[in-house]
Write a protein that binds this ligand. Structure first.
Ligand SMILES: Nc1ncnc2c1ncn2[C@@H]1O[C@H](COP(=O)(O)OP(=O)(O)OP(=O)(O)O)[C@@H](O)[C@H]1O
Ligand SMILES: [Mg+2]
Length: 254
């Protein structure tokens, strides 16, 4: 399953990506986490001190692998060696890659970076219990149609505020434009209240969970520790259960 995590800036995308990577790795999934945000900080949220080199640095290699004789593009460029060399594993065994600023390809972009990235994503998922989590930069404008094609689920992180809920509408449109059909929501920094309740009623997508506002997340960030070292994983276990249910539903529907 390939999951992309999006949402407005600062809503908690990286935190949620790290928590889910942790929970699924404990369930014996082979988790690959790709940091797709140029201002990359997923590695540190996963307890990695030395960041892997960004794949975007590979411009020449990408060119060489993707563009074949007579300038023809290879649909299946060789990526396995690069995938290994550019991965770093954390103590949970989560494989972490950093994308860097790899492509600005919009619709119909067949640039080498896009083809290469698609091959990387394909490579990350080839066994049943493989899970790919992509931590996106705020918004999803930079996700090209080709890259998005393989995304099974776009999790949009929403905080209880009208601006964040408005972003959800924008993301919905963008997702539709690039061919992502399935969207679900995680409400983060949740606090109880009538106003919040009303706001959340506007959300038309399945809500996977309500992650409470908790100082532990801020403390983890300040101390540069993975959030799962300081915060309760319970709600993330529930989110993971729902994701697993979705996965089983998908299989039986095939
Ligand atoms: N449930 C929560 N309660 C309180 N603080 C939280 C919660 N979730 C995340 N935070 C804090 O909010 C800040 C932003 O979180 P995070 O970096 O995960 O967001 P982001 O969406 O990835 O941001 P960016 O758009 O910059 O990539 C961090 O300091 C984090 O610790
Ligand atoms: Mg982030």
């Amino acid at each position: 399953m390939k999951i992309a995590i999006s949402g407005k800036g600062g809503v908690g995308k990286t935190t949620i990506a790290a928590m889910l990577a942790h929970v699924f790795s404990k369930r014996n999934y082979r988790v690959t986490a790709i940091d797709c945000d140029p201002a990359s900080n997923l590695p540190s949220a996963l307890g990695i001190k030395i960041k892997p080199k960004p794949l975007a640095e590979l411009k020449d290699i990408i060119e060489e692998r993707v563009v074949g004789p007579m300038g023809m593009y290879r649909l299946n460029p060789k990526v396995d060696d690069i995938f290994e060399a550019y991965s770093v594993y954390n103590t949970d065994g989560v494989r972490v890659l950093v994308l860097g600023t790899i492509e600005k390809g919009g619709e119909g972009c067949f640039c080498p970076e896009n083809a290469f990235l698609r091959a990387i994503l394909r490579h990350a998922i080839f066994k049943e219990k493989d899970l790919l989590i992509m931590d996106m930069e705020a918004g999803i404008e930079h996700l090209g149609r080709g890259t998005a094609r393989g995304v099974d689920l776009l999790i949009t992180v929403v905080e209880p505020g009208s601006r964040s809920v408005e972003t959800l509408e924008k993301i919905e449109k963008l997702a539709y434009d690039i061919g992502i059909e399935r969207i679900a929501v995680v409400v983060n920094k949740f606090v109880e209240g009538e106003e919040v309740k009303k706001l959340l009623e506007k959300i038309r997508y399945p809500i996977l969970g309500l992650v409470p506002f908790c100082e532990c997340f801020i403390r983890a960030d300040i101390e540069n520790k993975p959030p799962y070292e300081l915060c309760d994983t319970k709600v993330f276990e529930e989110i993971a259960n729902k994701l697993e249910e979705m996965l089983i539903e998908d299989r039986s529907g095939d």
